[in-house]
Structure formats: structure tokens, C-alpha cells
Design a protein around this ligand. Sequence first.
Ligand SMILES: C[S@@+](CC[C@H](N)C(=O)[O-])C[C@H]1O[C@@H](n2cnc3c(N)ncnc32)[C@H](O)[C@@H]1O
Length: 286
Amino acid sequence: MTRQQQTLGFRSDTEPKFHLYHGDCVAGMRRLEAESIDVVVTSPPYNLGITYGVHDDNQNRIEYLKWTVEWASEVKRLLKPGGSFFLNVGAVPANPMMPHEIILILRDLFTLQNTFHWIKSISIRTRKGETISAGHFKPLNSKRFLTDCHEFIFHLTKNGSTPLDRLAIGVPYADKSNIRRWSHTKGVDKRCRGNTWFIPYETIRSSKDERPHPATFPVELPLNCVRLHGNVSSAVVMDPFLGIGHSALAAREAGVSEFIGFELDRTYIDQAALSLSLPLTEIKTF
Ligand SMILES: C[S@@+](CC[C@H](N)C(=O)[O-])C[C@H]1O[C@@H](n2cnc3c(N)ncnc32)[C@H](O)[C@@H]1O
């Protein structure tokens, strides 16, 4: 069993209805009914020069931000009033402002309800004074910059008051005496995880064979988001930038009701269908 499978935990028996669409997400989202989606979890192209199959990740900065507003406006139209939009974005040292520019430009559309940090690798000093490291990182050879070990997950909502199921992704107390000391625990050994999420990538031997996409998030990331939003069994979840389908795998793992995914690149969406064991005829092109 892989680490990812071990940490995913309980898997629901009910299979979501999957709708996989090959094509541009803006055109695709325009065909969907307003206020029909509970959770959007996605990682768009960051415009940081990543080599994708079809998408050009080197757009003019202003055009890129305009396009961000265009697709995010569709997300807003589709989101139910109490819905959650989890937006994962990272940066590179050459363009450190991009996540901040994105979140600032979305200010007029959404309220920033929470900011999570996806920690890919961390080194901590234990109580015994030993320094231990966990996770994976791409080493950066630089005299100016440190190796980049985190990305943002912005939790955007329509008015900042979407209730969350915090304990759905809760963690056990390190100090068990807190369970009795604090009445809000109601005797349960689970506390809020907080907004730093340590989610390492799975170790792979060959990125060409085992990661057929240059910029994926681990399944655990969208799974945390979907579970945190809550009301999972009735939830309709969407990812406008599906890639090879990690959010769809998370939707299945969580046991949501329906999942909708859009992807521009046929090779990536075929891989998503393959990972979900769905026939390629399930992919609709528009
Ligand atoms: C950062 S990747 C998402 C990876 C995904 N989270 C995963 O784990 O596999 C962004 C994806 O958006 C796709 N894309 C770019 N423009 C698009 C568009 N207009 N409509 C749909 N997909 C698009 C790219 O082909 C790329 O696969």
C-alpha cells in the first residue's frame, strides 16, 4: 500500500457520477446551471512557464490576470451560495507575486475565508533536539533564493461565512490531557488541524513514466478540501483544470455525489479516465 493510500483513510462505497469534458473550461462552465456546484477545487496553470502539452504557460501577465477573472467569474456563477472554492497556486522565485496578484484580483468576486499552506517538505527540531526532515522538494541552486517547499490554497466563498466540517480533517491531540481539560472536545480525541497542511508527493522513480503531467497536486490535497467543506455524500464537486484527474480520484475517495472536470489536453484527460477506470467513451468533447 502506498503512503497516499494509507493516509486517505475511509473510502466510501458509493460511486460518484463522473462528467469528464475535453475542452476549454470557460466554454464548458457556461453550459452549466447557475448555483449548481458545492465545491470547486482546482489548480489552474500559474503562468510560470511550465511545459504543458497544449496550454501555453507564458502569457502576457495582464492577459493572464484577465483570463483568471474570466474563468473565476464562471466559478462564482456556478457556486451555490454556501459553496467553497479552493484555489491552489504556487510561485517561482522569478515571479514571487503571482499568487498574491491572483488573490488580489479575485477580491471583487469572492471573500477570502481561509488561507492554507500546502507544505511539501519540512525540517523540524524534535523535543530531543534532533533535526528531522520529511517530504520532497526540488533543490534550487541559488545564492539568493531558498528552495521552495510550499504553495497556497486560498479558500474563497461568496460571503465569508460558509460553515466547515473542521474535524472531518482533524488530528489527534498530542497532549491527551487536553481532551478532558477543554469542554469543546466533548471527550473526542480530535482537534482542528490548522491551516498548514503537510502533504508530500509520493516518491517516484521516473517522472516520465509515473507522473505523465508536469504540475499535479497530490490526491490528499483536494480530498482535504472536499472533506473540510462537509456534507460530502450530497456534494457536487468541480475541477475546471482537471489535469490527470487527482481531484476526481479525491472525489471518489470522499464519496461525493457528482464530479465535473474539464481539461484542454486530450492526453491528460485520457490519463484521468484511465486512473478512474472509466472507458474513454465517457469523455465528452464540446
Ligand atoms: C496545474 S494543471 C492541473 C493539474 C491537476 N491538478 C492534477 O493534479 O492533475 C493545469 C491544467 O489546466 C489545463 N488547462 C489549461 N487551460 C485550460 C482551459 N482553458 N480549460 C481547461 N483546462 C485547461 C492544462 O492542460 C493543465 O493540465
